[in-house]
Design a protein around this ligand. Sequence first.
Ligand SMILES: [Zn+2]
Ligand SMILES: [Zn+2]
Length: 399
Amino acid sequence: MNADLHIHSRFSGATSKNMRIATIAEQAPLKGLELVGTGDALHPAWLAEVRTLEEVGEGIFRSGTTSFILTCEVEDARKVHHLIILPSISAAEELRERFRRYSLDLERDGRPHLTLRGEEIADIVNETDAVLGPSHAFVPWTSIYKEYDSLRECYGTARIAFLELGLSADTELADTIAELQDVTFLSNSDAHSPWPNKLGREFNRFRLGDLSFTELKRALFRRRGNRVVLNVGFDPRLGKYHRTACIKCYTHYQLEEAEKLSWRCSRCGGRIKKGVRDRIREIATWKEPHHPEHRPPYLRIAPLSEIVAQALKVSNVYSPRVQRVWRELVMAFKSEIRVLVDVDPEDIAKVGGEAIAELIRRFRAQDFDIVEGGGGKYGEIIFNRKGKGAKNQLSLDNW
Ligand SMILES: [Zn+2]
Ligand SMILES: [Zn+2]
């Protein structure tokens, strides 16, 4: 069961007007997703849309072949984001009521601002039987580790159910931090639009009994055999906050250099933001990752539409030609993740042409260079150098 548990509706700031249930439900299976978080579950108009769907299991709503579970994100008094997964519509309404006196934009913004601290939010969430954890935990603007050096400083003794890695980190990086050894990691897209390079660009594969909130909660706490069996996400170097960089001209800096410059870019005077890689190095316990036994593999992927665009030598990933070929591939082989990882390149060539098949071969062999992301600019995969040879072959077979 593939699930993307963090998206935003059109009622959050800076989101696509196409973030409608029907459109998300139609796009999700193309990415191989069976379960998607609704996002913005505290927003009255969005919750009203969810309410029109058939409830097919405890806290699970269905549109077409896609299941939805209630989720939302809130920003606390220190600008730290928390992702919340809720058991029911009534729990969402209860949470909205309890947050009301601490928020001025609860009815307006799908991702409301609260005047509460992390620990206070966690206590309220836990009392409503919902679960929470820090969103995109290492990013420089709105995350727990931009503000604190430990989980406890944010949450006190309150229980959290997971930590979301964010696009610029993976388990290799996060497992250098001792206090996270027992925490389940989630890899979610945080999509603001339903299109294939956003929705499901990161997701989790769960092992569950049936599909319900309680079963999902058990998986987060790794009970009764339920668990996350695979995290699928960006190569963290592709994330837009991976490296320390200027937010105006995107020049990369070493941490010491940025400190010496008092976080002002020597080229353009813009602000320098600490990258996720450097932040994790600061708080790391170990130089090398220590993966606990329960930690699932992390499969590093990149959006297929971007690989298609490169193969077709088209710079705009949203161009109709790229979108058409992407759709043909995904329709022919059921989902994007299968094309990226499973399908025989010879079969891919028959549908999408030899150039795409060749890039998929090289992608699987990790035969490419990466221009790392930073300062708000995504990284890029560069296929132009030939013949570096295969490293670890990507495969989904063992999971
Ligand atoms: Zn966020
Ligand atoms: Zn600059």
